[in-house]
Design a protein around this ligand. Structure first.
Ligand code: ATP
Ligand code: MG
Length: 362
């Protein structure tokens, strides 16, 4: 959908390029995240895509057409833009801010009003806020308005420059989840800028890692980049916990899940200890009428079997969709050193630290 070829920008009066021969494709319906240190040319790259900045050399194609073959106003109609620092118009209400592009496109009043209501719902903004001014909203609410304004004319392409830059980590995580939810429904082609590598990993179908001077160091899926950083710059930028970061991208369903030491409540002491020995554990999980309720220590199993002992519930009940990072957390914080995986009330099996480690080394 977006194709950059040898895109270069040298600002007048500067010697070194701000963006240097940048080439990459962004597939239709994907989120590409540009990440890198301050001043590495992220904003400049976005602004070349909607021609707020003219490239010094190189080419941009959008949906198969050269960006400079289309009149600028037509080009921008198809590209929503969330600018760095949000940039709402302070003397216009939220409603007027959201209606900016439809107004420019001369939609009639009724259609604009309807669209603004739709947008408010889309970004989960209370309709009461529509007649306030930007200064009367919280940072997170303003960010939502910025996203709504960019979506107003339903453009196929969205450029988002640090859309969640100025909010605390909890609101930020919430807005990120909302964006992913929105994207599932809207399937826009999105180029998003951040300097937060965790945000890039969470949001990006593909991530472009840039260094000073607008050099593309690596472009790939978060999982590929984390597994195989192209060079020392990328490895350093990913941080020392890149193995753990990768775990957050892999679902438990990728593993072969072991059954684990499960014993029927009616089992004898001998049967119970044999199962524990087979799995090398000092505990067993207890199955009662088909469902596994919890676990007990082998040392606590009476000589006539586990029938009468109260089982300890598993602290965390994960599902196949949970991530290996969640599994690892459950493993290190549980007495049993395993993560129990459930499908509704039914135990699917258990994940061990060895299984997680095997998957990470694969
Ligand atoms: N209009 C301009 N004239 C001259 N130099 C500029 C201009 N705009 C940006 N630059 C320079 O180009 C480089 C890239 O700037 P850009 O705004 O693209 O960085 P960025 O990656 O978005 O940084 P940040 O994370 O801080 O927003 C910087 O060195 C900046 O000083
Ligand atoms: Mg910037």
């Amino acid at each position: 959908m977006i194709d950059l070829q040898d895109l270069t920008k040298v600002f007048p009066g500067t010697a070194a390029p701000a963006v240097d021969r940048l080439s990459l494709h962004i597939e239709r319906g994907e989120i590409a995240v540009f990440v890198g240190p301050s001043g590495c040319g992220k904003t400049t790259t976005l602004k070349m895509i909607n021609r707020l900045i003219e490239p010094t050399s190189g080419a941009i194609q959008i949906d198969g057409r050269s960006a400079d073959s289309v009149p600028v106003h037509k080009l921008r109609r198809g590209i929503g833009y969330v600018i760095q620092q949000i940039g709402l118009f302070p003397h216009r209400t939220i409603r007027q801010n959201m209606a900016t592009v439809p107004g420019l496109l001369k939609w009639d009043k009724a259609r604009i009003a309807e669209r603004v209501d739709e947008l408010a719902e889309l970004v989960a903004l209370d309709p009461d806020m529509l007649d306030r001014y930007p200064a009367e909203l919280s940072g997170g609410q303003r960010q939502r308005v910025g996203v709504a304004r960019a979506l107003a004319a339903d453009p196929p392409v969205l450029l988002m420059d640090e859309p969640f830059g100025a909010v605390d980590p909890i609101v930020r995580a919430h807005l990120q989840d909302e964006l992913l939810g929105l994207q599932k429904r809207l399937r826009k082609t999105i180029a998003l800028v951040t300097h937060d590598i965790d945000e890039a990993i969470k949001l990006g179908d593909r991530v472009a890692i840039l260094s000073e001077g607008g050099h593309l160091e690596q472009y790939g899926s978060p999982s590929d980049i984390l597994r195989d950083p192209a060079n020392a710059f990328v490895a350093d930028f990913l941080g020392t916990d890149r193995g753990i970061k990768r775990l957050s991208l892999i679902p438990i369903s990728a593993l072969d899940i072991e059954t684990g030491p499960v014993v029927d409540r009616s089992a004898t002491h001998t049967e119970a200890t044999a199962v524990a020995r087979k799995y090398g554990t000092d505990w067993i999980a207890i199955r009662d009428q088909g469902n596994v309720d919890g676990w007990i220590r082998i040392a606590d199993v009476p000589s006539d079997g586990p029938a009468t002992v109260d089982a300890e519930p598993f602290q965390t009940r994960l599902t196949r969709e949970s991530t290996l990072k969640e599994a690892l957390d459950a493993i290190v914080s549980s007495h049993t050193s395993v993560a129990a995986v459930f499908d509704g009330p039914e135990l699917v099996g258990m994940v061990t630290a060895e299984a997680v480690s095997r998957e990470i080394l694969r």
